[in-house]
Design a protein around this ligand. Sequence first.
Ligand code: PEP
Ligand code: MN
Length: 337
Amino acid sequence: MILTLKPKSTKKDIDLVCKKIKELGFKPHISQGKEVTIIGVIGPHAILKKDIFESMDAVAFITPISKPYKLVSREFKKNDTVVKVGNLQIGSRNIIVAAGPCSVETEELLVTTAKVIKNSGAKMIRGGAFKPRTSPYAFQGLGEKGLKYLYGIKKNLGLPVITEVMNVSQVGLVSRYADVIQIGARNMQNFDLLKKVGKIRKPVLLKRGLSATIEEFLMSAEYILSEGNYDVILCERGIRTFETATRFTLDLNAVPAIKKLSHLPVFVDPSHGVGVRDYVPAMCKAAVACGADGLMVEVHPHPEKAFSDGPQSLLPQQFDKMMSELKSVAKAVGRKI
Ligand code: PEP
Ligand code: MN
């Protein structure tokens, strides 16, 4: 439930309401607007205590939240959330493209890739140092060495880094090097990991699970917000269907659906969604057209030699062409790239 406080409520009023919320065993989540302060009362069956809050002087009115996710919902926050990463504003008019190899392989390759993507207009570098692979015999990532290479790109080329964390014990290490922490599709319901990244003060990009419904996806984001980290970017990356011509089925329905249900920014990752290099540009355009706030795209200068996901990685020239074509699509929907 949401408590909307009377205009001109003081800090003392807010403290008093928060104290009552805690006394009753719930968590307060304050959202301070220019005119009014609203406080989310989060916890099971909070609505049953509605009368207690109604009788408080500072409370103007109470709104129940009908969805199982609360902090993530549009009901809780009407305006779009903008996640700041350095100078970038994710969820604003500007569409942000994060690009790079699937895995960090060698420093030289990473630097080459970073230069070409930056030159084509990408604003962030992506690359896995810890890789969730289907086979235990496949390349598992360079670990900390890979994180250091990524950090070097940020320092030398100014591209913020987005990279994956696979388990709770890696969170401290990865957040020392990364600007945005990625939670992979296979970990979308690793609730301990979600709680852990909810406690840090770094933006999190949460990927949709291979078979997760939109509601389950939003419930996972709720875990992160409920621990106090409000900087969450949701990423649609394709779901499992009966189709085998593509690696997954990129569910672009999720973009307008999530935009309606939640205030959080939405990225789309067509590389994993389709799994076929030649289909990626068309789906990037479609993602921008349907309202995505950003894209995550795999690019590799020699995809035939890539340690992972070569078949879906764009060649630098394909990426460059796509980036210029995206400009007019973005313009057509009132955005900028
Ligand atoms: C990735 O981004 O390289 C990755 C492993 O993605 P996903 O978790 O969506 O499969
Ligand atoms: Mn990949």
